[in-house]
Every structure is written in structure tokens, then in C-alpha cells.
Design a protein. Structure first.
Length: 242
């Protein structure tokens, strides 16, 4: 029986959604969409080694991911003068114990177009809140799947240079972040968030939703290696903030 390399990764132990191309990095994995020319999802373990040490400076070495066929991959020129940020799915600050860790988060396969007022404010706050969860003594490991959502009932903005086939990069209308915390007592708890890709004024709690809802919105199966009635109940749950 052939075993896919990504199925042996630590971050995918609870499941790995489908994608056109799965990119296995040293510290996280990405499911890439050829159609959208960006990740469908990115999965990580926040601070996987729980190291108590000084962190490295943010490297900012944005670059294309040459593992993706040229006709499907994003380039730096696609974002230049677009008015959109190269928004991280796996946050740079989640992987900053070593330079190679941080460097990998700046591959464009880990980016989606995000409005600056969203990326630098409310999205950043959610990323920080997830790190606060992971830092709790009762949390052993924190697994996170992040990705874009496209509402095709509303106009979709496009960025980038149009290729020979008239293809550009669509801007997501929303982003999701689904969290699975493994407690030191073995208990699993789930949270899910959906945020509009725009300036937001609400409290983080107001963007909570259920994991099952995100599965429908994003068209993926989350934590697919977990089964049973308790898991189905947890996926439907909208748990209070930590």
C-alpha cells in the first residue's frame, strides 16, 4: 500500500483536506488550488517545538513557490501595486524559533490577497489570540487550518497580470481559521472563525462559528481522521473563547 508523504506529517495527524497540489514544507503543509492560484488551506502546529528561547526577526523574504507549475502559481508582480497585502495563512509569528521556520512562511503559496485594514488589524488579533491559546499550560498542541472563502454571489475583485488565458488571481471575500486544541488530559476542543476580508470593528468573539459551517463554506473536510458522535457534536458546537 502506497502511503502519501503528507499523511505522515505531525500537523496532518488529525486529517488533511483534499487539494490540487499538497505542498509539504518543513514546518507546515499547504493544499493549493490551481483554479484560484492560491492556497485552498494551510495546516500547522503552532510553535511545534514549544521552545523557550529568543525568537528570530521576521525575514520578509516573500518569493514564489517554484514547486507549483508556472501557469498556476502566483508571483510577486501579481501583488505589486494591487492595493492588497500578501496575507499569511500560516502566520510568520507562529513559526519564528529559527530562520528556516520563518522563511518558509513567506512562500507565496502561503499567501492570499488581503485588504490591509483587515490583515493588519482584526486578522492579526486573531493570530495573536491563537498563540495565547497555545501558550496555556493545559494545551499540549494547537492545530490550525486556515484558508480563503469566495462568495460568488457578490462581485469578486481580481489582482495580477492577466496571463495568455485571461486568468488573474481572485480576492477572497472571507477567510476562515479552524482550531483544534489537544489538551494535556487528552481532550480535544474545536473553534472556528470566519471573517470578511475588510475593515472589521467587532470583537473576536463575534466572528465565531462552527467547524461544520466552515466545512460547507470552504468545501473541505476538517479533521477527517476523527470520527464518532462526540466529534460530530464538537464540530457543530460554537465554543466560547478561551
Amino acid at each position: 500500500m502506497m502511503v502519501d508523504a503528507y499523511s505522515l506529517r505531525r500537523e496532518t495527524r488529525y486529517g488533511c483536506p483534499a487539494a490540487d497540489q499538497i505542498l509539504v514544507n518543513r514546518f507546515y503543509s499547504v493544499g493549493y488550488s490551481y483554479y484560484f492560484r492560491q492556497a485552498k488551506w494551510a495546516i500547522e502546529i503552532v510553535d511545534p517545538d514549544k521552545k523557550d528561547m529568543e525568537t528570530v526577526d521576521r525575514l520578509n523574504n516573500f518569493r514564489p513557490d517554484f514547486r507549483i507549475p508556472k501557469i498556476f502559481r502566483a508571483d510577486l508582480s501579481d501583488y505589486r501595486y494591487s492595493g492588497f497585502d500578501r496575507g499569511h495563512l500560516v502566520a510568520s509569528a507562529n513559526l519564528n524559533d529559527e530562520k528556516i521556520q520563518n522563511s518558509e512562511t513567506f512562500l507565496l503559496s502561503n499567501m492570499s490577497p488581503q485588504r490591509p485594514a483587515f490583515n493588519r488589524v482584526k486578522w492579526k488579533s486573531l493570530e495573536r489570540a491563537v498563540r495565547d491559546l497555545d501558550a496555556q499550560e493545559k494545551v499540549l498542541e494547537t492545530y490550525v487550518i486556515t484558508g480563503p472563502i469566495f462568495d460568488f454571489g457578490t462581485p469578486i475583485s481580481l489582482i495580477g497580470e492577466m496571463d495568455d488565458n485571461g486568468i488573474q488571481i481572485p480576492v477572497p471575500s472571507h477567510f476562515f481559521k479552524c482550531i483544534l486544541a489537544e489538551k494535556t488530559n487528552g481532550k480535544l476542543e474545536m473553534w472556528a472563525f470566519e471573517m470578511e476580508n475588510d475593515r472589521l470593528d467587532g470583537e473576536l468573539e463575534s466572528y465565531r462559528t462552527s467547524t461544520a459551517y466552515i466545512e460547507q463554506r470552504a468545501g473541505i473536510i476538517l479533521w477527517g481522521n476523527l470520527t464518532g458522535p462526540e466529534i460530530e457534536v464538537e464540530k457543530q458546537n460554537i465554543r466560547s473563547m478561551w
